[in-house]
Design a protein around this ligand. Structure first.
Ligand code: BEZ
Length: 260
């Protein structure tokens, strides 16, 4: 208030200066180091640098999971990738990751162990958490109609990923004679309908911000390319294809590109 108003009455300046003087007298000076602080400080500058940049969180991670990729893309976009160590997690619905189930009984990734030891999941919760840990522009609008619209687009993308991963499990893990073809068609129809809506209604919205909605759609499309090239989604959705080509050049997308 005072800094913004150089014409503040002199009396106010006097009160403010007196208060600052008293407060600085009470506060420890920089030269005084509490014993606990000293004990916690690493010995050398190099040790200190390492301690400062050491990851404080751990992400249960599999580079092929589109849900994990969302988290990784957000970490890159917000400059937080060095804060998270990656713990490889290999699992399927019939083969849970035994190291993960204590932290997430659903045995699903991503799950994120925080600096205080608490574990949070799923990807939506993790994105929300990480988006509140940086000082740049939020990638999830904090309030207003934009919040609900962007989260709804992100949810649509998550639905594409859900259907695509379920198809993958059915086709890759079950014997061919046991495949449930109507169910598989139902999942493919969900994907086609969701893509058609994005193509018809959401291209401009996706183009204007690379935020939670755009990150989620980009990761969903990346997974379709990885596991379901047979769906040939580009032919029916040329604008989405063009948009995806553009965002695929982003360093965050290149760094997290899944490779088999
Ligand atoms: C996959 O290999 O397609 C996959 C891996 C982890 C989670 C979901 C899918």
């Amino acid at each position: 208030m005072l800094a913004k108003n150089p014409r503040a009455p002199l009396g106010i300046w006097f009160i403010a200066l007196s208060f600052t003087t008293i407060a600085s007298g009470l506060a420890p000076t920089r030269d005084i180091e509490l014993p606990l602080q000293r004990a916690m400080l690493p010995d050398t500058a190099t040790d200190r640098d390492a301690a400062m940049s050491a990851p404080s969180m751990t992400l249960y991670h599999n580079p092929l999971s589109p849900f994990v990729r969302k988290v990784m893309v957000l970490l890159h976009e917000t400059g937080q990738q060095d804060r998270v160590a990656l713990q490889n997690s290999v699992l399927t619905p019939v083969n849970p990751d035994l190291t993960l189930i204590d932290d997430n009984p659903l045995s699903k990734i991503p799950a994120l162990r925080l600096a205080d030891g608490n574990v949070i999941h799923d990807s939506r919760v993790i994105l929300d958490y990480l988006d509140q840990q940086h000082v740049g522009n939020p990638l999830i609008p904090r309030e207003g109609s934009a919040r609900w619209r962007r989260l709804t687009l992100a949810s649509l993308a998550d639905g594409i990923m859900d259907a695509a991963v379920l198809i993958r499990y059915e086709v890759a893990l079950r014997a061919p004679e046991k495949h449930w073809d109507e169910w598989l068609d139902g999942q493919r129809d969900k994907i086609r309908r969701a893509l058609a809506l994005l193509e018809k209604d959401a291209i401009a919205e996706l183009t204007c911000h690379f935020d939670v909605a755009a990150i989620s759609v980009a990761c969903a499309l990346g997974y379709l390319d990885l596991r379901h090239p047979d769906l040939d989604w580009r032919t029916a959705n040329p604008q989405l294809a063009e948009w995806y080509f553009e965002v695929s050049q982003r360093p965050s997308m290149i760094a997290t590109m899944p490779k088999i």
